[in-house]
Design a protein around this ligand. Structure first.
Ligand code: GLC
Length: 589
């Protein structure tokens, strides 16, 4: 990735260099010395993990796909000890919590999202002892651990499913969604529902002589959440991990727990998916109201442990549905992901403004969680880049992610501008949907390639001869080591923004006001606390933009951080000039 036109002024450049060389604790303190104004701000006091029950409200979460982050034992697959080895790096980056995608025992059909034991670690990733060490080492660095809770389905190799499928009379016979077949052979699906991953969502089981429902892969049978025993077993797994010190969970596919009990056919909505199936109205299989009853009871379990929280994987159609996920009395999820902003895939200031406004005004004073990237979607540049200004676009989007009032969730490798590298031949595809959907759907391997640490073999990810996925070809230039040494790098931009968010009271927890609400090109807003005001402006176009910021017109501001090109140390808010896809964060004088 090229660093296009990003030349910060000298004091910022020095600050970036300092951030690289100082210890993490002194690095964030040092950032405040880069501008005379911020030295007067008192940084928020960091409290220990136990004391701060609201830590998640301002947190930066960092998603780690454990298979791809760091391999510590040379088998070509990342592991928990690898994550522990890299905690100092994460501390220096400034993140508050790591969400680890599933690392439980699993046949790995869906790379961990098919779980065969909820209370252990897959030997590929280590042991429970390794996990405990990771939690303890992370805690020393004030980093919390969040686990993925996959509750909609298990693996078909889970003992619960094996028992459930063994007969129609066993004690777990009602733990999954079983139905009698239709048609002359009695084996045909009861309705037209299709799996997220292609073709019928029903699978014939010859042992039970019935079909079971699977929202995702055939090897991921859906649990029957209408059975209280299922809920109890799942809630116990949450307690198991909270007892080991985890700070919360990211609830996988949580809106899909329930299906229409009458199993009615879903209405076609026109068109076909990548697998050639007709697209269907999801309202009979997604986001049923029963989910909220479960979430309220789950929240009570979480509340048994101070300072823990629930994130939701909540792809929902609109802000009203998202708002419901918090619960009518703030008694469901603390942080359902706002996918309406991050996966818009359209670089349009008006759309971003509208979505941020909705999150500000229509979530009943709950905290939004913004997410621009994850392990299921092509990375940021592939969705928002124009092939010319990708570096500036990624930096500008990072500005948005870290400077609103929302909690922020980033994906490993975003901070170095890692590319999406889809397989070029079907025989290389690891994610099964990439094989069934080839070439329309190449699967998710492209956004799961190994973390690029340095220019050595396998990008410093592993010493194996062959890694589970090859490192992206650009790892010799795009890697952590190279970017640590480059003050204009993506990595130093992320560090600077995260440090500002932590140390500047207005950015940390100040009020939010949208500025210039009708500007189609530049998104701008203000954060204000009793210690001062900060303005943020982001140019969403490939042309330079000259704007006058409403609210504080006539006043001056000094630049705390600027991307996309040079800025003078002090700017007049009447005449703000932004380079193509440039952004500024500036303290109002
Ligand atoms: C979620 C996960 C995805 C997984 C699916 C089934 O969407 O993010 O990776 O394949 O659930 O568990």
């Amino acid at each position: 990735m090229k660093n296009i036109g990003s030349k910060p002024q000298l004091p910022l450049l020095l600050a970036a260099l300092l951030l690289n060389t100082l210890s993490p604790a002194s690095a964030s303190a040092q950032t405040t010395t880069t501008s005379p104004k911020t030295t007067t701000h008192t940084p928020p006091v960091r409290v220990s993990l136990e004391q701060d029950n609201d830590w998640w409200k301002t947190a930066v979460f960092y998603e780690i796909y454990p298979r791809s982050f760091q391999d510590s034992n040379g088998d070509g697959i990342g592991d928990l000890n690898g994550i522990t080895e890299r905690l100092d790096y994460l501390k220096a980056l400034g993140i508050d919590a790591i969400w680890i995608s599933p690392m439980y025992p699993s046949p790995q059909v869906d790379f961990g999202y098919d779980i065969s034991n909820y209370e252990d670690v897959d030997p590929q990733y280590g042991t429970l002892k390794d996990f405990d060490r990771l939690v303890a080492e992370a805690k020393k660095r004030n980093i919390r651990i969040v686990l993925d809770a996959v509750m909609n389905h298990t693996s078909d190799k889970h003992p619960w499913f094996i028992e459930s499928s063994s007969s129609r009379t066993n004690p777990k016979q009602d733990w999954y969604v079983w139905v009698d077949g239709k048609g002359p052979d009695g084996k045909q699906p009861p309705n037209n529902w299709i799996s997220e991953f292609g073709h019928s969502a029903w699978q014939w089981d010859p042992k039970r002589n019935q079909l079971y429902y699977h929202k995702f892969y055939i090897q991921q049978p859906d649990l029957n959440w209408r059975n209280p025993a299922v809920e109890k077993a799942m809630f116990d797994t949450l307690r198991f991990w909270m007892d080991r010190g985890v700070s919360g969970f990211r609830l996988d596919a949580i809106p899909t727990l329930f299906e229409d009990p009458q199993l009615r056919d879903a209405a076609p909505i026109g068109g076909t998916n990548a697998y050639g199936d007709p697209k269907l109205d999801p309202s009979l299989t997604d986001n049923l109201p029963e989910v909220h009853d479960v979430l309220k009871r789950m929240r009570k379990v979480i509340n048994e442990y101070p300072g823990r929280m629930l994130i939701g994987e909540t792809y929902l159609p609109n802000i009203t549905e998202l708002s419901k996920m918090y619960g009518p009395n703030h008694d469901e999820l603390q942080l359902p992901m706002d996918m309406n902003l991050g996966i818009t895939n359209k670089l349009d200031a008006s759309i971003f403004r509208q979505k941020i406004n909705e999150a500000e005004t229509q979530l009943d004073a709950n905290t939004a969680l913004f997410v621009f990237d994850n392990h299921d979607n092509p990375r940021i540049a592939a969705r928002y880049g124009d092939g010319v200004h990708d570096d500036a676009i990624e930096k500008m989007l990072a500005t948005v992610l870290f400077t609103t009032k929302a909690a922020a969730l980033m994906y490993y490798g975003d901070e170095i501008g890692m590319p999406t590298t889809p397989p070029t031949r079907v025989e290389d595809v690891k994610d099964p949907i990439g094989r069934t959907g080839w070439p329309k759907e190449k699967g998710r391997d492209g956004e799961r390639t190994p973390m690029q640490w340095d220019a050595s073999k396998d990008a410093g990810f592993s010493t194996a001869n062959q890694t589970w996925l090859p490192a992206a070809p650009n790892y010799k230039t795009i890697n952590v080591k190279a970017e640590q040494a480059d003050p204009n790098s993506m990595l130093n931009w992320y560090k600077k923004l995260i440090a500002l968010r932590k140390t500047n009271p207005a950015l940390h927890s100040g009020n939010f006001t949208m500025l210039n609400p009708d500007d189609p090109n530049v998104l701008s807003y203000e954060r204000a606390s009793s210690s001062g005001k900060v303005v943020v402006a982001c140019n969403f176009t490939a042309q330079p933009q000259k704007i006058s910021l409403t609210g504080d017109s006539g006043r001056k501001a000094h630049i705390l951080a600027a991307s996309g090109g040079n800025q003078p140390a002090t700017i007049n808010l009447n005449e703000v000039e932004l380079p193509p896809f440039g952004s500024i964060v500036a303290a109002v004088e």
